[in-house]
Design a protein around this ligand. Structure first.
Ligand code: HEM
Length: 157
C-alpha cells in the first residue's frame, strides 16, 4: 500500500513538473512574445516564480519517492536471497531524473535569481538574457522528461 502511495505521489509530481514545462514552453511563451519587454518580463518573472516554487516540492518528492521505491524493491530481493539487478528502464529513469533535478536547481537558484535581480533593477536587456537561458534549460529538462516517460512507460511493451 505504501509503495502504491509513493508511486502515485511520484507520478503526480511528474505530471505537475513536466506538464507545467510543456504549458510554459509551448503555450505561455509564444502568447506573451508580442508584449512590451517590461510587461512581458514582469509577467514571466511572476508566473515562473510561482511555478518554480511548486516544482521545487515536486522535484524533491520525485527524487525522494523514486529512491525510496528503488531501495524497497532492492531490499526485498536481497532479503529473499536474490541479487538485485536494476532494470535498464529504471537506470535510465534514475540517472536522467537526477540530472533533471540538478538542472532545475541551476534554473531556480542561479538563472531565476538573475532574472529576479534584473527585473527588480528594471534592467530589461539583462532580464531578457536570463529568461532566454531559462527557456533553453527548461527545453532541455522537458526533453529529458519526455525521454524518461517514453522509456519507462514502454518498458513492458
Ligand atoms: C529522480 C530519480 C528517479 C528515481 C530514483 C525513480 C525511480 C522510480 C521507481 C523505483 C519507480 C517504480 C517502478 C515500478 O514499480 O514499476 C518509478 C516509477 C515511475 N517513474 Fe520514476 N524515478 C525517478 C524519476 C522519474 C522521472 C524524472 C520521471 C518522468 C519524467 C519518472 C517517471 C516515472 C513513472 C511514469 C513511473 C510509473 C511507472 C509504472 O508504474 O509503469 N520517474 N520511478
Amino acid at each position: 500500500m505504501l509503495y502504491e502511495l509513493l508511486k502515485t505521489v511520484h507520478v503526480l509530481s511528474i505530471v505537475l513538473w513536466v506538464g507545467g514545462m510543456l504549458f510554459a514552453h509551448f503555450f505561455l511563451r509564444p502568447a506573451v512574445a508580442a508584449l512590451e519587454p517590461p510587461v512581458r518580463l514582469r509577467l514571466m518573472h511572476d508566473v515562473l516564480g510561482r511555478f518554480f516554487q511548486a516544482v521545487l516540492v515536486a522535484a524533491l518528492l520525485t527524487l525522494g519517492s523514486g529512491i525510496w521505491m528503488l531501495g524497497r524493491v532492492a531490499k526485498q530481493v536481497v532479503q529473499s536471497g536474490g541479487s538485485f539487478q536494476m532494470p535498464l528502464a529504471w537506470t535510465v529513469m534514475a540517472t536522467l531524473g537526477v540530472l533533471m533535478v540538478v538542472i532545475f536547481m541551476h534554473i531556480r537558484f542561479a538563472l531565476f535569481k538573475r532574472l529576479r535581480g534584473a527585473v527588480n533593477a528594471a534592467d530589461w536587456s539583462a532580464a531578457g538574457a536570463a529568461l532566454q537561458k531559462i527557456r533553453r534549460w527548461v527545453g532541455v529538462n522537458l526533453s529529458l522528461g519526455v525521454v524518461v516517460l517514453v522509456v519507462t512507460l514502454l518498458r513492458q511493451a
